[in-house]
Design a protein around this ligand. Structure first.
Ligand code: BGP
Length: 463
């Protein structure tokens, strides 16, 4: 495209601790909700026993191999790297008096490594995990006490790493608590709507308290929220479908509305009344929520449709986001519908709504990559997917949308969140490990590695 992205644009990739680090009980780390879900975020919760298998216990061994991996990110020209801190490395049980020094020391080394290359870290405080003890003993975010535990953890992280980490996110895909209550929020899977929305309220308050703590402890820092960008179109131009799509978009935009505006949007009052949900919101909560995020971040993989016709809507059942397939779009091997233009639409929609800078912190294509006879992955499908999406980011910037950066999901192959498999790969870098845990863990750049390097070097002009 005959357009260069702004010089300040941050280019990079995004990972999450539980999908890459491994070493799940090393150096005093406690068990997390992710550690007891060996079959993925939606899968069965399994009590840990000696010798049981969870692919995430080693994952891609980023815990030990991060210097090699970060060197590869640097080779691609990354100016930003999104990663998460495992809360359980810092507070193994969540309600501990003192933080775990060995966990803090690990992230010190990691951030020092990034600083060497001048790569800006973007750090998520909680990415689809929390201390299992908090789920077990307190029913996770259903308990108001967890707000204090999270705030303490956030303050420890800001105080320790704030000299090197200036960009933060609170909860990964916070709206996913609506669909999967355990992994991110520690709730029982069969929780009532009342419990779920009360827990979400506690998370929103905790997020705002972390924003305040960040502003206090890191005056030159910036902290954002993070939503799964579940863009919904009306299936037809029938006003009933248009309304249904609006309602479904509100289901997830509500999180951003609270985090960016500082209060509950009016449409939620009606929704709560319809659901028979009555929230315990204190004056202190209302005050806390007023501390709003500095920027909005989101993941974007797909879009979908909604219909007022129950027969059409029935077709969306069984699909986590209750999206009806769009007849105009192709889909990935996992049925995720590919919609690059949707990213431009979404960026414009969020910019119109919030007038705060936006950050695309996840986007990518999961595929069953194969090594060819020369041992290379020729992932042209991934290049096409990413090129088309980044092109639309460029279009949105030209529309006048303030976009801070783009971190593609899984720049190095990692364990998939939904399937807990290695074989759903996203990386520019291939990792030799299969679903059963066999493989040398060796890293090999794919064709897309060189493509991304070229795009970053040209600041988008080569898209
Ligand atoms: C997002 C999560 C990530 C990630 C990604 C891809 O929802 O924030 O953790 O894994 O989706 O999903 P999957 O791994 O299921 O393909």
């Amino acid at each position: 495209m005959s357009f260069r992205f702004p010089d300040s644009f941050l280019w990079g990739g995004a990972i999450a601790a539980n999908q890459v680090e491994g070493s799940h009980i090393a150096d005093g780390k406690g068990l997390s909700t992710s550690d007891v879900c060996p079959f993925g975020v939606f899968g069965q919760i399994v009590k840990r026993t000696n010798g049981d298998f969870n692919i995430k216990d080693i994952a891609i061994d980023f815990y030990h191999r991060y210097p090699e991996d970060i060197a590869l990110m640097n080779e691609m020209g990354f100016s930003c790297f999104r990663l998460s801190i495992a809360w359980t490395r810092i507070f193994p049980n969540g309600d501990d008096e003192q933080p775990n020094e060995a966990g803090l020391a690990y992230y010190d080394k990691l951030f020092d490594e990034l600083a060497q290359y001048d790569i800006t870290p973007l750090v998520t405080l909680s990415h689809y995990e929390m201390p299992f003890n908090l789920a077990d003993k307190y029913q996770g975010w259903a308990s108001r006490e967890v707000i204090g535990f999270f705030e303490k953890y956030a303050r420890v992280a800001f105080a320790r790493f704030g000299d090197r980490v200036k960009h933060w996110l609170t909860f990964n895909e916070i709206n996913v608590t609506l669909h999967e209550p355990f992994t991110g929020a520690g709730l029982p899977r069969d929780c009532t709507e009342q419990m779920r929305y009360q827990a979400i309220h506690h998370q929103l308050v905790a997020s705002a308290k972390a924003v305040k703590a960040c502003h206090e402890l890191i005056p030159d820092g910036k902290i954002g929220n993070m939503m799964l960008g579940a863009l919904i179109y009306p299936l037809t131009s029938n006003p009933g479908d248009v309304l249904k799509a609006q309602v479904q978009n509100h289901d997830w935009l509500f999180f951003g509305d609270v985090q960016a505006r500082g209060y509950y949007p009016s449409y939620m009052h009606r929704k709560f009344a319809q659901l028979g949900v009555s929230l315990d919101i204190t004056d202190d909560d209302r005050q806390a929520l007023k501390e709003t995020v500095d920027f909005i971040s989101f993941s974007y993989y797909m879009s979908g449709c909604a219909s007022a016709d129950p027969k059409e809507q029935e077709k969306a059942k069984g699909n986590m986001l209750e999206m009806i397939a769009n007849p105009y779009l192709e889909e990935s091997e996992w049925g995720w519908q590919i919609d690059p233009q949707g990213l431009r639409i979404l960026l414009n929609m969020l910019w119109d709504r919030y007038q705060k800078p936006l950050f695309v912190v996840e986007n990518g294509l999961g595929a069953k990559d194969q090594l060819n006879e020369q041992g290379v992955v020729e992932d042209d499908y991934r290049i096409n997917y990413l090129n088309a999406h980044l092109y639309q980011v460029g279009e949105a910037i030209q529309d006048g949308v303030a976009v801070m950066g783009y971190t593609s999901w899984g720049p190095i192959d990692l364990v998939s969140a939904s399937t807990a498999q290695m074989s759903k790969r996203y990386g520019f870098i291939y990792v030799d490990r299969d679903d059963e845990g066999n493989g040398s863990l060796a890293r090999t750049p794919k064709k897309s590695f060189y493509w991304y390097k070229k795009i970053i070097a040209s600041n988008g002009e080569q898209l």
